[in-house]
Ligand binder design. Structure first.
Ligand code: SAJ
Length: 419
């Protein structure tokens, strides 16, 4: 059996490496020649623990090759981005469409095509229609049912960035076939490396399942974020409150923060909203609550800066942003609310910005001019500190931070130093 993975990003590449680790021949396809070259050298272009070793082994041993144009294979996995576009945040399926049209010429009877990209309900059927449009000589499940030449299924990824290599193998997978046989064949393929349970359903249920999982988390984070804003107004310590409320056996409030980042949780709920705009009230509001959180944090930093100027004859404070990653203990700055807050702090305070990010070696383009320093230097030199990400290094420094006196704490680190 040979497997072809289309899209060698955060999901496609680890998946390709996982198949290769089971000695399956994998051909990876990406539109970016630089990505393809990097992988063919046995190196990687993204950051994810243990992925480098897995890809290195896969390429060295000959089980993984990459290219920019599809080649024939027995199974194709499409793992390309599905962003949203426009005012109404409609899902953009153009990457799935071009991937489908690109593999269509090399399809042969008996092949399996799986959509892995997180997709709005109905996307797998659309993919099948694009394939059928390109290949009138082959039959597809939407017309031929179980007798089709090509099998089609949706199998959304569910791995947590930072734990991808482990979760890829251990997580349960939901597999939605366009027909039961499509599902069975996809299941047999995933079982080559998945140790979790592979559960069969219909494609539309699988699509909605992935969206519901990420919306569940988004709504719960929004609850925590809204609580933090309410508690601030009512002068209640939200961190103590959550700790106490979570002693209830059926309550598990998540952690408020600087906002919701990453490529998934801040995007996927919009696919539900786009599909049912009238009905998706709570899901839409949760998105809005989470999207508003960075501005709320920024406002508090601005207030602290104004207070400093009042008390220091109009002198501008040196401000420090502690944490710019999109969540604790990773180096991923993509779609990071903390990074966006730091950028605004820099715009407001010129270059007098100190940034502490223990997980990166240099600052991104947008923060050039600011200084990357360690936590101790920031505590010593900054007049105002914004705690934006709950990295372990900051929790370890909570006593020193608590003594600083002008800290805006978006993530509850000062609470560690409470008696
Ligand atoms: N966050 C909070 N408070 C919390 C938890 C998270 O503010 O209590 C913030 C984080 O700081 C981050 C954002 O939410 O900015 C998202 O982080 P996350 O760890 O909740 O999720 P992701 O985006 O890294 O990965 C999610 C996972 N989905 C779920 O947990 C339901 C993962 O399993 C999915 O595979 C992934 O989305 C995806 O690719 O869809």
């Amino acid at each position: 059996k040979t497997v072809s993975v289309i899209g060698l990003g955060y999901i496609g590449l680890p998946t390709a490496a996982a198949f290769a680790s089971r000695r399956v021949n994998v051909f990876g396809v990406d539109v970016r020649p630089d990505v393809v070259e990097t992988i063919n050298r046995g190196e990687i272009h993204i950051v994810e623990p243990d992925l480098d070793a897995a890809v290195h082994w896969a390429v060295e041993s000959g089980f993984l090759r990459a290219g920019t144009t599809p080649e024939p294979a027995d199974a194709f996995l499409i793992a390309v981005p599905t962003p949203f576009v426009g005012e109404n945040k409609e899902p953009d399926l153009s990457y799935i469409e071009s991937a489908s049209r690109a593999i269509a010429p090399v399809l042969k009877s008996g092949d399996l095509v799986i959509l892995e990209s997180t997709s709005p309900v109905g996307a797998t059927e659309k993919m099948a229609a694009w394939l059928a449009e390109e290949r009138a000589d082959l039959s597809f499940p939407q017309h031929a049912g179980e007798e089709s030449d090509i099998r089609i299924a949706h199998c959304p990824e569910r791995v947590l960035p930072g734990k991808v290599m482990r979760e890829l193998v251990s997580n349960d997978r939901i597999i939605g076939g366009l027909t039961p046989r499509c599902g069975e064949e996809a299941k047999a393929l995933y079982e080559l490396f998945v140790e979790g349970e592979c559960i069969l359903t219909e494609a539309r249920v699988a699509e909605m399942c992935k969206l519901a999982e990420n919306s569940f988390r988004d709504v719960n984070i929004a609850f925590a974020n809204e609580l933090s804003v309410i508690c601030d107004k009512l002068d209640v310590n939200v961190w103590e409150l959550i700790r106490l409320a979570n002693h209830h056996p059926r309550v598990n409030i998540l952690t408020p923060g600087a906002g919701v980042g990453g490529h998934c949780i801040a995007v996927d709920p919009w696919f539900i909203v786009a599909g049912a705009p009238e009905e998706a009230q709570l899901i839409r509001t949760a998105r809005e609550v989470n999207d508003a959180k960075p501005d709320w944090v920024l406002e508090r930093v601005d207030k602290a800066a104004a207070r400093y100027r009042d008390e220091n004859d109009g002198k501008n404070p040196t401000v420090a942003a502690l944490g710019i990653a999109f969540k604790p203990d990773i180096d991923d700055l993509r779609e990071s609310p903390a990074c966006a807050i730091a950028e605004s702090m820099k715009r407001r305070n010129g270059n007098d910005l100190l940034v502490v990010e223990p997980n990166v070696g240099s600052l991104p383009e947008a923060l050039q001019g600011a200084q990357l320093v360690d936590a101790d230097t920031a505590i010593e030199q900054a007049d105002i500190i914004a705690l934006l990400v709950g990295h372990k290094e900051f929790h370890e420094a909570s006593d020193r931070l608590a003594k600083h006196g002008a800290v805006v704490d978006a993530v509850g680190i000062l609470d560690d130093s409470r008696p």
